[in-house]
Write a protein that binds this ligand. Structure first.
Ligand code: ZN
Length: 203
């Protein structure tokens, strides 16, 4: 389990990234860290991209209903103006932010803030998602959380999409995605490909 670092002398800022597939508990881990910072009397705020509108506009809502108020932001650069005086900056659904987010997080860390970023590391195609790979490269601390594969019970790293829609920004819920291990994820993609091939042959 991640424990907050201790400092000798001058305290500086840093970046933590919590990543993983859908249903891996990223938001729960973000909330856990922010609640601990709150108990330590630090000023805490959470932000999320404006595109993520499922459930409630103002809340970071995780699947277990453990929620904290969050502010929707249209562009990551706005964070530089509105985080004055905030010691711990939480960012949820970071994969949907623009490509300036890694630079913005580094600027906030240089200003002495603890920046905790949670997001999907891969999209449903198994590709690195939005600004996440760059964030992983510049972070001091990385935690990859795992879901459980809904097919075989092994650790899951991939988000398998059940819906046949070409849009990556399809906001995930239980009926459109499954957490899968690498093998079950690829087996599903091969099966889907075969179904599509046989459908196109019938046309
Ligand atoms: Zn599996």
């Amino acid at each position: 389990m991640f424990l907050e670092p201790h400092f000798k002398g001058q305290r500086s800022g840093w970046i933590e990234v919590i990543c993983g597939s859908m249903f891996s508990g990223k938001t729960e881990e973000l909330i856990r860290r922010l609640k601990r910072a709150k108990i330590a009397n630090q000023k805490v705020e959470i932000f999320k991209p404006k595109v993520d509108t499922r459930f409630d506009e103002r809340k970071v809502v995780s699947h277990d209903k453990n929620s904290i108020l969050a502010m929707p932001i249209s562009h990551s650069k706005k964070l530089l103006d509105i985080t004055e005086g905030i010691g711990v900056v939480g960012i949820d659904e970071a994969q949907f932010f623009d490509s300036d987010l890694p630079e913005v997080c580094q600027a906030m860390a240089l200003r002495g803030k603890r920046v905790i970023v949670a997001g999907l590391d891969m999209d449903f195609r198994g590709q690195p998602f939005g600004p996440m790979p760059d964030l992983l490269a510049v972070a001091e601390y990385i935690t990859k959380v795992h879901a459980i594969c809904q097919h075989c019970g092994n650790l899951a790293t991939h988000s398998y999409r059940l819906a046949a829609d070409g849009n990556t920004v399809l906001l995930g819920e239980k009926d459109s995605y499954e957490a899968r291990c690498r093998t079950c994820y690829h087996m599903g993609n091969i099966l889907n490909l075969r179904v599509r091939e046989s459908e196109s042959l019938r046309k």
